[in-house]
Design a protein around this ligand. Structure first.
Ligand code: ZN
Ligand code: ZN
Length: 281
């Protein structure tokens, strides 16, 4: 790991690179889909990626915006697209106008206000769809989907020659499937699980869990718009995910401590599925 490279985590065809620690920094890229989620700081691993999705405007998720714009401009990269909750667009434009005044330079960039439940294009075969989250400021989560073609069930037992003949007759043999590969919550209370149905079916769910022990109660976590591990555990069996990756864990806990708590609290049949995103302490 280096500051420029980020930490790396992968499961099958989902590869993630970045950092996350509550209140300090969250920025995680999915390089194969050309997208970064949140930019707490401008860091080199984000640089060749043209799509940046902001979950909300808190500084530990969004203060890297002017830096990323400046760096991409300096390197002559195409203007980046920043997707964000609609309420954030105007204040972000004002912030950029001030940075442009400070730097005496005009930048090219695009800020797009997203609506929960809508789909937006990424590099083929990927796209993303937004889902509602619940935080102290306007917020949204993002799911990366992969589009695939798949032989319809009724033709699965036919021979190759029969399929060729049907295709020759102009029969549509395949259907399009949209697989939710990875959902990313940003900061949120547990209610994000009650919104969009595809989130629970994502192959990988990357969710914030800020607090993991009794030093903070579920009520404390909820008051600050966050998720406590104790609130997630009873919901695990409602998930169809292959992996649940915990991010945004408070810096009050060392990685060793978090792993001990997970070992103690996570039900046996979820132990190999619940992981934490690599972290420095
Ligand atoms: Zn945060
Ligand atoms: Zn926040």
């Amino acid at each position: 790991m280096s500051l420029s490279g980020g930490y790396s985590w992968s499961h099958k065809n989902v590869r993630l690179v970045g950092y996350s620690m509550a209140g300090i920094t969250t920025s995680i890229a999915m390089p194969e889909a050309d997208v970064v989620f949140d930019v707490a700081q401008g860091l080199p691993f984000q640089m060749n990626i043209p799509n940046i999705c902001l979950t909300h405007g808190h500084m530990d998720h969004a203060s890297g915006v002017p830096y990323v714009i400046g760096q991409k401009s300096m390197q002559g990269q195409i203007q980046p697209n920043f997707y964000m909750p609609s309420a954030l667009v105007q204040p972000m434009r004002e912030m950029m106008r001030i940075w442009e005044r400070i730097e005496d330079h005009t930048y090219q960039y695009q800020f797009v206000g997203v609506e929960a439940g809508r789909s937006y294009p990424l590099k083929s075969p990927y796209f993303f769809r937004t889902f509602p989250t619940s935080h102290r400021v306007p917020s949204v989560g993002y799911t990366v989907f992969e589009k695939r073609k798949h032989l319809k069930d009724e033709y699965k037992n036919l021979t190759r020659d029969e399929l060729i003949e049907l295709r020759r007759q102009g029969v549509e043999l395949e259907e399009h499937i949209e697989d939710p590969l990875m959902s990313f919550t940003g900061d949120t209370r547990i209610e994000f699980l009650d919104g969009a149905p595809w989130v629970k079916k994502s192959k990988v769910l990357v969710t914030e869990v800020t607090f993991v022990d009794s030093a903070k109660s579920i009520e404390n976590a909820r008051e600050w718009g966050h998720l406590h591990l104790d609130e997630l555990l009873p919901r695990l069996d409602s998930l169809k995910c292959e992996k649940v990756v915990l991010i945004h864990i408070s810096a009050r806990y060392t990685t060793k401590k978090v792993l001990e708590i997970l070992d103690d609290k996570v039900p046996e049949h979820w132990k190999t599925k619940v992981e934490i995103f690599p972290r420095p302490i």
